[in-house]
Design a protein around this ligand. Sequence first.
Ligand code: ADP
Ligand code: ADP
Length: 229
Amino acid sequence: KTLLKIQDLSFRYPGESADELGILALEGIEVDVREGEFVSIVGPSGCGKSTLLSVVGGLVSGFEGSVSIRGEEVRKPHPDIGVVFQEDSTFPWRNALRNVEFGLELRGVPKEERRRRAQEILRLFGLEGFEQRFPGHLSGGMKQRVAIARTLVLEPEILLMDEPFGALDEQTRIILGEELLRIQQELRQTVLFITHNIQESIMLSDRVVILSARPGRIKAVMDVDFPRP
Ligand code: ADP
Ligand code: ADP
């Protein structure tokens, strides 16, 4: 069943003045993400990956075409879409556990349940024993695990990830990729993953959508059907 549907999506950044056309960043993008699927969007710098993320995340308007989740149009940040960014987005003034609890607090989830859910998800990432650590005392990889856990604990229907391992060294990237895949399968989490790393996209995804630059258009779609770890 289709969960996220991107239909004939185009986006143009406005020009400096009214008579300037601006930059066509995306043109005619069509992507269907089914429930439980791991789909990645890959392409060179400037092909429109960040723009696509902003549109799907409901962070920009003024695009043509449509983005919908379960048939409902996305026009602003949607509670069913959880976003993880490349840069460290943990709150330095909260320990790991309270970082993960943050969104649950905003939603008014009672303390006991909050704690239980946050601990559970930290355990999935192998972070038991690190609950009381503040981000300043965690490695880059661990901070990114906390950031992903903080989004996943809200049980978004779709997890949107923007180069989530881009700031990590290669070895950590591989370890985190394997962990993410295990957790994604365990939770049957639907993921839309954005990266410039083709190898990473093939390792992780059920389907790889390759974009070409200027303007960002779909160049190829590849089903990955060899068994993954
Ligand atoms: P990627 O994330 O794949 O590197 P982007 O989505 O950042 O690609 O950019 C796609 C295109 O849109 C590029 O040509 C880029 O120069 C242009 N672009 C990105 N952001 C802006 C902006 N704020 N204003 C104008 N043009 C932009
Ligand atoms: P990274 O992913 O950033 O390379 P890992 O998360 O793989 O690092 O860390 C490997 C192990 O090293 C962790 O499981 C943890 O036990 C330990 N470790 C790493 N950084 C720290 C730290 N700042 N404080 C305590 N232990 C750490």
